[in-house]
Design a protein around this ligand. Structure first.
Ligand SMILES: Nc1ncnc2c1ncn2[C@@H]1O[C@H](COP(=O)(O)OP(=O)(O)OP(=O)(O)O)[C@@H](O)[C@H]1O
Length: 265
């Protein structure tokens, strides 16, 4: 496997609160890699660190051999241009048509002429099955279609690295499956690397080549979906089974309920 992205012994936190403690993750070229874990474990934070929006306390992130946080501002912008980011809910610009939403990064970041933009936008929309919807406004398309438009916009400039934050949230099961297959197919078509942050086990395991599970500031488990399905690690079993009890407590640490309610015997 040729490595494209590497998180190397990285530690990060907000203020004095550590969120990630000495984590190392590797992402191969051409792979779809899922980063999973419970709410608040730092999954979105990892994407922001990769994108250079946050800086590690220690450790490094390398993309295509470049140390992301050692780059000049200009070089970082150059590197970011090689990334496509689909952040939570992938909001579209509501006052722009589907076509203009996809054209937006092209107009912002390239000097392509109108004709080239038109052809490219239609090609990208065709890839997600929505060429016929180019003239519609975001308010006229369904939630699942809007997510596909956002995907077309994410791949507008043929990124080498695709970062997805909860791409399945809020979608019905069919749209989830469609979105998942698109993520997989786009990754192959672009010869890219995709990082998918999610807690949806079923959909993710259908498309991921490799999975990292983050818990308690650490990589709690990792492997291919097959390996994890067969694992008897209690954390993996708890996560996959959606069980309330296990190594990860359901209750946030608290005094006894009776004490909080002022009940005495
Ligand atoms: N700007 C910030 N300042 C301080 N704390 C933050 C900030 N952003 C996130 N956090 C905290 O860092 C932790 C990790 O947040 P993050 O959004 O990465 O979690 P997540 O795993 O993506 O969760 P979810 O699945 O709920 O989106 C959370 O406890 C959150 O409250």
């Amino acid at each position: 496997m040729q490595e494209f992205l590497k998180i190397d012994h990285m530690t990060f936190g907000f203020g004095s609160r550590m969120i990630l403690d000495d984590v190392s993750l590797s992402f191969g070229k051409g792979q779809v890699v899922a980063v999973m874990g419970g709410s608040g474990m730092g999954k979105t934070t990892i994407l922001k660190l990769i994108g250079g929006l946050l800086k590690p306390w220690s450790g490094h992130i390398y993309m295509a051999g470049e140390d992301v946080h050692a780059l000049s501002r200009e070089k970082l912008f150059g590197l970011r241009r090689r990334m496509g980011m689909l952040f939570q809910f992938g909001a579209l610009f509501t006052d722009l048509s589907v076509f203009e939403n996809v054209a937006f990064p092209m107009r912002e970041q390239t000097s392509l002429d109108e004709e080239a933009i038109r052809d490219l936008v239609l090609l990208k929309l065709n890839t997600v099955g929505l060429r016929g919807a180019a003239h519609l406004m975001p308010s006229e398309v369904s939630g699942g279609m809007a997510r596909r438009v956002a995907l077309a916009r994410t791949i507008a400039l043929d990124p080498e690295l695709l970062l997805y934050d909860e791409p399945f949230t809020g979608l019905d099961p069919i749209s989830m499956g469609v979105t998942a297959r698109l993520i997989k197919n786009l990754n192959s078509a672009l010869h890219a690397t995709s990082v998918v942050v999610t807690h949806d086990v079923k959909t993710t395991f259908e498309i991921a080549d490799y999975v990292y599970m983050i818990s308690n500031k650490k990589v709690a488990a990792q492997g291919t979906p097959d390996e994890l399905m067969k694992s008897d690690d209690p954390y993996v079993r708890q996560f996959l089974g959606g069980l309330p009890d296990g190594p990860v407590a359901f209750h946030y640490p608290a005094p006894p309920l009776a004490e909080d309610l002022g009940v005495t015997r």
